[in-house]
Design a protein around this ligand. Structure first.
Ligand code: GDP
Ligand code: MG
Length: 301
Protein backbone atom coordinates (compact mmCIF):
# COMPACT_ATOMS: atom_id res chain seq x y z
CA UNK A 1 0.00 0.00 0.00
CA UNK A 2 1.28 3.44 -0.95
CA UNK A 3 -0.12 6.72 0.31
CA UNK A 4 0.62 10.41 0.23
CA UNK A 5 -0.33 13.99 -0.46
CA UNK A 6 -0.27 15.56 -3.91
CA UNK A 7 -0.58 19.32 -4.29
CA UNK A 8 -1.89 20.69 -7.56
CA UNK A 9 -0.63 24.19 -8.23
CA UNK A 10 -1.45 26.48 -11.13
CA UNK A 11 -2.81 29.81 -12.24
CA UNK A 12 -6.56 30.31 -11.81
CA UNK A 13 -8.63 28.57 -14.49
CA UNK A 14 -6.02 26.15 -15.85
CA UNK A 15 -8.16 23.16 -14.78
CA UNK A 16 -6.87 22.03 -11.37
CA UNK A 17 -10.30 21.32 -9.90
CA UNK A 18 -11.47 19.62 -13.09
CA UNK A 19 -8.50 17.23 -12.94
CA UNK A 20 -9.16 16.30 -9.34
CA UNK A 21 -12.84 15.66 -10.03
CA UNK A 22 -11.91 13.59 -13.07
CA UNK A 23 -9.54 11.45 -10.98
CA UNK A 24 -11.88 11.00 -8.04
CA UNK A 25 -14.77 10.36 -10.43
CA UNK A 26 -17.15 12.61 -8.55
CA UNK A 27 -17.59 16.29 -7.99
CA UNK A 28 -15.51 16.99 -4.90
CA UNK A 29 -14.63 20.55 -5.80
CA UNK A 30 -16.58 23.07 -7.83
CA UNK A 31 -15.23 24.35 -11.14
CA UNK A 32 -16.13 27.29 -13.31
CA UNK A 33 -14.91 29.46 -16.14
CA UNK A 34 -14.38 32.26 -13.60
CA UNK A 35 -10.87 32.63 -12.18
CA UNK A 36 -10.46 32.13 -8.44
CA UNK A 37 -13.34 29.77 -7.98
CA UNK A 38 -11.53 27.63 -5.42
CA UNK A 39 -11.25 29.45 -2.11
CA UNK A 40 -10.06 26.75 0.24
CA UNK A 41 -7.60 23.95 0.06
CA UNK A 42 -9.92 21.05 -0.63
CA UNK A 43 -8.71 17.52 -0.39
CA UNK A 44 -9.94 14.94 -2.85
CA UNK A 45 -9.19 11.41 -1.76
CA UNK A 46 -8.62 8.54 -4.20
CA UNK A 47 -8.63 5.11 -2.57
CA UNK A 48 -7.71 2.02 -4.54
CA UNK A 49 -6.52 -1.40 -3.38
CA UNK A 50 -2.86 -0.48 -3.94
CA UNK A 51 -2.82 3.19 -2.96
CA UNK A 52 -4.50 6.16 -1.35
CA UNK A 53 -3.74 9.48 -3.00
CA UNK A 54 -4.83 12.67 -1.28
CA UNK A 55 -5.05 15.50 -3.82
CA UNK A 56 -4.89 19.01 -2.46
CA UNK A 57 -6.79 21.41 -4.71
CA UNK A 58 -5.49 24.93 -4.22
CA UNK A 59 -6.80 28.37 -5.03
CA UNK A 60 -5.00 29.58 -8.17
CA UNK A 61 -1.90 31.70 -7.73
CA UNK A 62 -2.57 35.20 -9.03
CA UNK A 63 -1.74 38.86 -8.43
CA UNK A 64 -3.99 39.75 -5.48
CA UNK A 65 -6.17 42.86 -5.44
CA UNK A 66 -7.98 42.28 -2.14
CA UNK A 67 -7.22 40.82 1.27
CA UNK A 68 -9.14 37.75 0.16
CA UNK A 69 -6.87 37.45 -2.91
CA UNK A 70 -3.78 37.69 -0.70
CA UNK A 71 -5.10 34.97 1.58
CA UNK A 72 -5.90 32.72 -1.38
CA UNK A 73 -2.30 33.01 -2.56
CA UNK A 74 -0.95 32.29 0.92
CA UNK A 75 -3.21 29.27 1.16
CA UNK A 76 -2.00 27.89 -2.19
CA UNK A 77 1.65 28.39 -1.24
CA UNK A 78 1.25 26.79 2.17
CA UNK A 79 0.06 23.63 0.39
CA UNK A 80 3.61 23.30 -0.95
CA UNK A 81 4.92 22.38 2.49
CA UNK A 82 4.86 18.77 3.54
CA UNK A 83 3.85 17.34 0.21
CA UNK A 84 4.86 14.01 -1.33
CA UNK A 85 4.35 14.85 -4.99
CA UNK A 86 4.03 18.27 -6.62
CA UNK A 87 1.91 18.81 -9.70
CA UNK A 88 2.26 22.13 -11.54
CA UNK A 89 -0.33 22.81 -14.22
CA UNK A 90 -0.35 25.09 -17.25
CA UNK A 91 -2.60 25.21 -20.30
CA UNK A 92 -1.63 23.65 -23.63
CA UNK A 93 -3.13 26.30 -25.84
CA UNK A 94 -2.38 29.55 -23.99
CA UNK A 95 0.99 31.31 -24.14
CA UNK A 96 3.14 30.86 -21.02
CA UNK A 97 2.70 34.16 -19.18
CA UNK A 98 4.22 35.67 -16.03
CA UNK A 99 1.57 33.90 -13.95
CA UNK A 100 2.57 30.46 -15.27
CA UNK A 101 6.25 31.31 -14.91
CA UNK A 102 5.61 32.17 -11.25
CA UNK A 103 3.82 28.84 -10.73
CA UNK A 104 6.58 26.83 -12.42
CA UNK A 105 9.42 28.54 -10.58
CA UNK A 106 7.70 28.18 -7.20
CA UNK A 107 7.00 24.53 -7.87
CA UNK A 108 10.59 23.88 -8.92
CA UNK A 109 11.87 25.76 -5.86
CA UNK A 110 9.66 23.64 -3.61
CA UNK A 111 10.85 20.46 -5.33
CA UNK A 112 14.48 21.52 -4.94
CA UNK A 113 14.01 22.40 -1.27
CA UNK A 114 12.04 19.31 -0.22
CA UNK A 115 13.14 16.68 -2.71
CA UNK A 116 9.49 15.97 -3.60
CA UNK A 117 9.13 14.92 -7.25
CA UNK A 118 7.63 17.49 -9.60
CA UNK A 119 5.22 16.50 -12.36
CA UNK A 120 4.41 19.25 -14.83
CA UNK A 121 1.03 18.91 -16.47
CA UNK A 122 0.05 20.58 -19.72
CA UNK A 123 -3.75 20.56 -19.62
CA UNK A 124 -6.53 21.18 -22.15
CA UNK A 125 -4.79 19.28 -24.95
CA UNK A 126 -8.26 18.83 -26.47
CA UNK A 127 -8.27 22.53 -27.33
CA UNK A 128 -4.95 23.09 -29.06
CA UNK A 129 -4.06 20.03 -31.11
CA UNK A 130 -0.99 17.80 -30.95
CA UNK A 131 1.50 20.21 -32.51
CA UNK A 132 0.54 23.02 -30.16
CA UNK A 133 0.83 20.67 -27.18
CA UNK A 134 4.27 19.43 -28.26
CA UNK A 135 5.44 23.02 -28.60
CA UNK A 136 4.12 23.85 -25.16
CA UNK A 137 5.88 20.87 -23.57
CA UNK A 138 9.20 22.12 -24.98
CA UNK A 139 8.55 25.65 -23.70
CA UNK A 140 7.53 24.49 -20.26
CA UNK A 141 10.60 22.31 -19.82
CA UNK A 142 12.78 25.28 -20.82
CA UNK A 143 11.03 27.31 -18.11
CA UNK A 144 11.75 24.61 -15.54
CA UNK A 145 15.43 24.52 -16.54
CA UNK A 146 15.61 28.30 -16.28
CA UNK A 147 13.99 28.23 -12.84
CA UNK A 148 16.40 25.49 -11.72
CA UNK A 149 19.44 27.65 -12.48
CA UNK A 150 18.91 29.74 -9.35
CA UNK A 151 18.78 26.71 -7.02
CA UNK A 152 22.24 25.25 -7.54
CA UNK A 153 22.84 21.50 -7.58
CA UNK A 154 19.50 20.68 -5.91
CA UNK A 155 17.73 22.76 -8.54
CA UNK A 156 19.50 20.93 -11.36
CA UNK A 157 18.61 17.60 -9.79
CA UNK A 158 14.95 18.58 -9.34
CA UNK A 159 14.75 19.74 -12.96
CA UNK A 160 16.38 16.54 -14.22
CA UNK A 161 13.81 14.45 -12.34
CA UNK A 162 10.82 16.56 -13.42
CA UNK A 163 8.43 14.77 -15.75
CA UNK A 164 5.93 16.18 -18.22
CA UNK A 165 2.40 15.03 -18.93
CA UNK A 166 0.06 16.30 -21.64
CA UNK A 167 -3.52 15.71 -20.52
CA UNK A 168 -7.10 16.76 -20.97
CA UNK A 169 -8.75 16.93 -17.56
CA UNK A 170 -12.05 17.28 -19.39
CA UNK A 171 -11.88 14.22 -21.68
CA UNK A 172 -9.56 12.24 -19.35
CA UNK A 173 -6.96 11.76 -22.11
CA UNK A 174 -3.57 11.20 -20.46
CA UNK A 175 -5.01 11.25 -16.95
CA UNK A 176 -4.44 7.55 -16.32
CA UNK A 177 -0.73 7.86 -17.19
CA UNK A 178 -0.42 10.86 -14.90
CA UNK A 179 -2.12 9.02 -12.06
CA UNK A 180 0.16 5.99 -12.49
CA UNK A 181 3.18 8.29 -12.30
CA UNK A 182 1.83 9.90 -9.13
CA UNK A 183 1.20 6.56 -7.43
CA UNK A 184 4.63 5.24 -8.46
CA UNK A 185 6.24 8.18 -6.66
CA UNK A 186 4.45 7.70 -3.35
CA UNK A 187 6.12 5.88 -0.48
CA UNK A 188 4.75 2.78 1.19
CA UNK A 189 2.37 3.82 3.94
CA UNK A 190 -1.07 3.34 5.47
CA UNK A 191 -4.12 5.27 4.23
CA UNK A 192 -4.82 8.66 5.84
CA UNK A 193 -8.59 8.58 5.43
CA UNK A 194 -11.32 5.92 5.55
CA UNK A 195 -11.60 4.52 2.03
CA UNK A 196 -15.22 5.61 1.50
CA UNK A 197 -14.26 9.23 2.08
CA UNK A 198 -13.69 11.22 -1.11
CA UNK A 199 -13.29 14.72 0.31
CA UNK A 200 -12.49 16.47 3.58
CA UNK A 201 -15.19 19.03 2.94
CA UNK A 202 -18.24 18.77 5.15
CA UNK A 203 -21.64 18.18 3.58
CA UNK A 204 -22.66 21.75 4.50
CA UNK A 205 -19.54 23.26 2.94
CA UNK A 206 -20.17 21.26 -0.19
CA UNK A 207 -23.78 22.44 -0.53
CA UNK A 208 -22.72 26.07 -0.03
CA UNK A 209 -20.14 25.53 -2.78
CA UNK A 210 -22.75 24.04 -5.11
CA UNK A 211 -24.82 27.19 -4.70
CA UNK A 212 -21.79 29.37 -5.39
CA UNK A 213 -20.93 27.32 -8.46
CA UNK A 214 -24.36 28.00 -9.97
CA UNK A 215 -24.15 31.70 -9.16
CA UNK A 216 -20.72 31.94 -10.79
CA UNK A 217 -22.20 30.71 -14.05
CA UNK A 218 -24.99 33.27 -13.93
CA UNK A 219 -23.19 36.44 -12.89
CA UNK A 220 -20.56 38.57 -14.59
CA UNK A 221 -17.60 40.92 -14.09
CA UNK A 222 -16.66 41.52 -10.48
CA UNK A 223 -19.81 40.02 -9.01
CA UNK A 224 -18.62 36.39 -8.90
CA UNK A 225 -15.81 37.40 -6.53
CA UNK A 226 -18.19 39.34 -4.29
CA UNK A 227 -20.30 36.24 -3.57
CA UNK A 228 -19.89 34.21 -0.43
CA UNK A 229 -22.19 31.31 0.43
CA UNK A 230 -22.71 29.48 3.69
CA UNK A 231 -25.23 27.07 5.13
CA UNK A 232 -26.94 28.85 8.02
CA UNK A 233 -29.43 26.10 8.91
CA UNK A 234 -29.49 22.38 8.27
CA UNK A 235 -32.36 20.50 9.76
CA UNK A 236 -32.88 17.03 8.36
CA UNK A 237 -34.03 17.68 4.76
CA UNK A 238 -34.28 21.46 5.12
CA UNK A 239 -31.20 23.44 4.18
CA UNK A 240 -30.94 27.21 4.26
CA UNK A 241 -28.06 28.82 2.39
CA UNK A 242 -27.16 32.47 2.86
CA UNK A 243 -25.67 34.24 -0.12
CA UNK A 244 -23.64 37.26 0.91
CA UNK A 245 -22.74 40.06 -1.51
CA UNK A 246 -20.90 43.33 -0.98
CA UNK A 247 -23.47 45.91 -2.11
CA UNK A 248 -27.24 46.43 -2.36
CA UNK A 249 -27.02 46.68 -6.15
CA UNK A 250 -25.42 43.21 -6.24
CA UNK A 251 -28.24 41.80 -4.20
CA UNK A 252 -30.71 42.70 -6.95
CA UNK A 253 -28.53 41.07 -9.60
CA UNK A 254 -28.20 37.84 -7.66
CA UNK A 255 -31.96 37.64 -7.10
CA UNK A 256 -32.70 38.49 -10.74
CA UNK A 257 -35.81 39.92 -12.35
CA UNK A 258 -38.79 38.43 -10.53
CA UNK A 259 -36.38 36.20 -8.65
CA UNK A 260 -35.49 34.28 -11.80
CA UNK A 261 -31.75 33.83 -11.13
CA UNK A 262 -32.26 32.61 -7.61
CA UNK A 263 -34.94 30.21 -8.81
CA UNK A 264 -32.67 28.78 -11.51
CA UNK A 265 -29.82 28.41 -9.02
CA UNK A 266 -32.11 26.69 -6.55
CA UNK A 267 -33.38 24.12 -9.02
CA UNK A 268 -29.91 23.37 -10.43
CA UNK A 269 -28.57 22.73 -6.92
CA UNK A 270 -31.60 20.71 -5.83
CA UNK A 271 -30.96 18.30 -8.70
CA UNK A 272 -27.64 17.47 -7.07
CA UNK A 273 -29.09 16.90 -3.60
CA UNK A 274 -31.02 13.98 -2.17
CA UNK A 275 -34.56 13.86 -3.60
CA UNK A 276 -37.02 15.74 -1.40
CA UNK A 277 -34.43 18.14 0.01
CA UNK A 278 -35.91 21.54 0.76
CA UNK A 279 -33.40 24.24 -0.18
CA UNK A 280 -33.95 27.85 0.80
CA UNK A 281 -31.72 30.64 -0.56
CA UNK A 282 -31.43 34.02 1.19
CA UNK A 283 -29.41 36.97 -0.13
CA UNK A 284 -27.75 39.38 2.32
CA UNK A 285 -25.34 42.31 2.08
CA UNK A 286 -22.05 42.20 3.98
CA UNK A 287 -20.30 45.44 2.97
CA UNK A 288 -16.85 45.05 1.32
CA UNK A 289 -16.33 41.66 2.94
CA UNK A 290 -13.43 40.70 0.64
CA UNK A 291 -11.32 43.50 2.10
CA UNK A 292 -12.23 43.16 5.78
CA UNK A 293 -9.92 40.92 7.80
CA UNK A 294 -12.44 40.37 10.58
CA UNK A 295 -15.03 39.09 8.11
CA UNK A 296 -12.51 36.83 6.39
CA UNK A 297 -11.52 35.47 9.81
CA UNK A 298 -15.16 34.82 10.63
CA UNK A 299 -15.61 32.98 7.31
CA UNK A 300 -12.46 30.98 7.90
CA UNK A 301 -10.87 32.29 4.71
P1 GDP B 1 -9.03 25.85 -11.75
O1 GDP B 1 -9.28 27.30 -11.47
O2 GDP B 1 -7.59 25.63 -12.14
O3 GDP B 1 -9.49 24.93 -10.66
O4 GDP B 1 -9.87 25.52 -13.07
P2 GDP B 1 -11.25 24.74 -13.23
O5 GDP B 1 -11.04 23.28 -12.98
O6 GDP B 1 -12.30 25.44 -12.44
O7 GDP B 1 -11.48 24.88 -14.79
C1 GDP B 1 -11.55 26.15 -15.40
C2 GDP B 1 -12.28 26.03 -16.73
O8 GDP B 1 -11.50 25.26 -17.65
C3 GDP B 1 -13.61 25.32 -16.61
O9 GDP B 1 -14.53 25.98 -17.47
C4 GDP B 1 -13.32 23.93 -17.10
O10 GDP B 1 -14.44 23.27 -17.67
C5 GDP B 1 -12.25 24.17 -18.16
N1 GDP B 1 -11.35 23.02 -18.35
C6 GDP B 1 -10.67 22.35 -17.40
N2 GDP B 1 -9.95 21.34 -17.93
C7 GDP B 1 -10.18 21.37 -19.27
C8 GDP B 1 -9.72 20.58 -20.39
O11 GDP B 1 -8.95 19.63 -20.28
N3 GDP B 1 -10.18 20.95 -21.61
C9 GDP B 1 -11.03 21.98 -21.80
N4 GDP B 1 -11.43 22.26 -23.05
N5 GDP B 1 -11.49 22.74 -20.78
C10 GDP B 1 -11.06 22.45 -19.54
MG1 MG C 1 -10.26 25.42 -8.81
Amino acid sequence: MRSGFVTVLGRPNVGKSTLINQIIGEKVTITSSRPNTTRHQIRGVLSRPDAQVVFVDTPGLHRPKTKLGQRLNDSALSALDDVDVLVAMVEASAAIGPGDRNVLSRALAAAAASGAPLLVVVNKTDKGGAARTAEQLVKVSAEIDAAAASHGERGRQAAALTEYFPISAKTAAGVEALLDAVVARLDEGPPYYPDEMISDQSEAEHVAELVREQLLERTRDELPHAIYCRVSEWDNMRIRVEILVERDSQKGIVIGKGGEILKAVGSAVREQLAPGTHLELVVKVEKRWQSRSEVLDRFGL
